[in-house]
Write a protein that binds this ligand. Structure first.
Ligand SMILES: [Zn+2]
Length: 292
């Protein structure tokens, strides 16, 4: 207001409503700037999305809870639905903890995790997942791993149904961390054909898409294996988005791939996957840049 202007009764006359109704204001908030409303945390905080239990390698109770956590997160991410998928970890004595057959995976509880011998036979006689042979084969092929995670993520399976490989060296992050994402030829689930089809790929890498079926990832612990599952599906989604935009997803040139693999060495990232065929056309490299 102009300080020189004399006050008058006009200033005290409320504005007349010219048509638009005044916005409704909560009397408790009126006059307070945004964000100044008092707030306090609820007494029982909501369960954090993606909460994970800490587990030492020999702590069976914590590992069983961690298996449930991983299955729940896989369910939340739509990597599994209903009874799909199975997860296991290897104990220091060689035995396995693995999901029970028929469990609703998004809502599993630790009593639905079963201890098996290294051949996959339940110690208490209960029925373990029908895919236990796949887990046993993974541990046999890879003495260095402690966990196997299997799910049915939508985009990764869709690529295999469409006959499109994700093995090409297109995304630098994947080249550095996982090498490549090959697809194993179709084999009937729950038969010996499935683990047999996977052995070659798991001996050379940490993640493989099973044609028409799902994805299996291995790792140094449950979280490491789960993380790779996320990366496979994320790669499938990115590739799908690029293709939907009409782009042609081309592999990086071999010289750049070689530079990325050197970066991996410098970062100290460990993976068996040194496969790179430079063009993405072949699933197994004839001349790996860094042979075992
Ligand atoms: Zn499956």
């Amino acid at each position: 207001m102009n300080p020189m202007r004399p006050t008058s009764d006009i200033d005290d006359v409320p504005p007349t409503n010219t048509g638009c109704p005044l916005p409704a204001v909560d009397p408790a908030l009126e006059g307070k700037p945004l964000g100044a409303t008092p707030w306090s945390a609820p007494e029982q905080p909501p369960q954090r999305h993606g909460v994970l239990t800490q587990a030492e390698p020999a702590d069976k109770a914590a590992l069983a809870q961690q298996i449930c956590d991983v299955m729940r997160i896989m369910y939340q991410h739509e990597f599994v639905v209903a009874n799909d998928g199975n997860v296991s970890c290897r104990l220091p004595n060689g035995n396995l903890l693995i999901t029970a057959s028929g469990a609703l995976k998004g809502y599993m509880t630790p009593d639905q995790v079963i201890e098996c011998d290294p051949q996959g036979n339940a110690l208490d006689g209960r029925r373990v997942t029908t895919e236990v042979k796949m887990h046993v084969a993974a541990y046999q092929e890879r003495p260095d791993i402690r966990a196997v995670v299997h799910g049915h993520p939508i985009y990764a399976i869709a690529f295999s149904l469409a006959g499109i490989s994700l093995a090409g060296c297109a995304i630098p992050e994947i080249i550095v961390t996982m090498g490549s994402i090959p697809t194993a030829p179709y084999a009937t689930p729950s038969t010996d054909g499935l683990p047999d089809s996977l052995r070659k790929f798991l001996s050379k890498g940490d993640a493989v898409i099973m044609e028409r079926h799902g994805v299996v990832c291995v790792g140094s612990d449950l979280i490491d294996a789960y993380k790779k599952m996320e990366m496979v599906e994320h790669t499938a989604k990115i590739t799908h988005a690029a293709r939907t935009l009409g782009g042609n997803v081309t592999p990086l040139p071999p010289t750049e791939v070689k530079t990325l693999l050197e970066t991996r060495k410098e970062l100290g990232i460990y993976t068996k996957n040194n496969l790179c065929d430079g063009c993405g056309a072949r699933e197994v490299c004839a001349a790996p840049l860094f042979p075992d």
